[in-house]
Design a binder for this molecule. Sequence first.
Ligand code: SF4
Ligand code: SF4
Ligand code: SF4
Length: 262
Amino acid sequence: MARKAFLIDMSRCIACRSCQVACKQWNKLEPEATVNRGSYENPPQLTPQLYNQIQFIEQGQGDELRWLFMNQRCMHCGDAGCIKVCPSAGALYHTPEGMVAFNQDKCIECHYCVNGCPFDVPRYDRKKKVTKCHACVDRIANGLVPACVKACPTQTLRFGDRDALIAEAKAAGKTVYGESELKGLGAVYILEDAPQTYNLPAKPAIPASIFLWKDVIKPLGILGFWGAMGAALLHYVTFGPKKLDEYGRRHDDDLNPPEKGA
Ligand code: SF4
Ligand code: SF4
Ligand code: SF4
């Protein structure tokens, strides 16, 4: 299946936050208490009940105020640090469309994916299970566009064939972020300034500690496990099954059985 993606053109966003509301409605996410911090930005960051959030970036330019908006969400990375570090197979996974979804039944609440994400996206709900934007897998599997895309009145948010959307953006002379980072992001942005202005890393990378875990420690752990299994099998074949005494106890040293009554 051809890879799909969001194309998010921040030059078109009017910060109406219909995308936030539509996501909460579709995913039945609870309302949250917020405070007035002197900004229209609300809440100030992603939460377990908010899978996409409009950041307000306010910059003074002389007497002028420059307002930029940023739709923050899971980037649906081609090379996803969250999947890489997750020890529970299937808790986080790539869908056939190339998006990164999750299965809370398989989440073991270790929270490693928080450390593996270069964009600080995964959150944990009250049950301590992973939660984040899942690209509306339930909608796209039925031929619908994600709820946030459907609700956006300015076509800031679009969803479709990844190659076609990127080609269209480039043909229009726009600056594209996410085409090749981390084997290509599934949330590709059109930006009006440098990525750092939008609080995006210029060169996102999976933390080096993840490679240590995934490529060194975990394989060594698996090697250790199978080594122990092999040794146990060899012991069984050589000495036979361990005997139980009259009290149902096992004895490692059959040559020195415990004394009667011990
Ligand atoms: S942005 Fe973070 S949570 Fe989303 S796919 Fe990439 S690594 Fe995973
Ligand atoms: S794709 Fe779906 S889950 Fe993700 S932010 Fe949009 S509405 Fe929410
Ligand atoms: S719905 Fe569209 S225009 Fe409104 S805040 Fe979200 S991305 Fe911006």
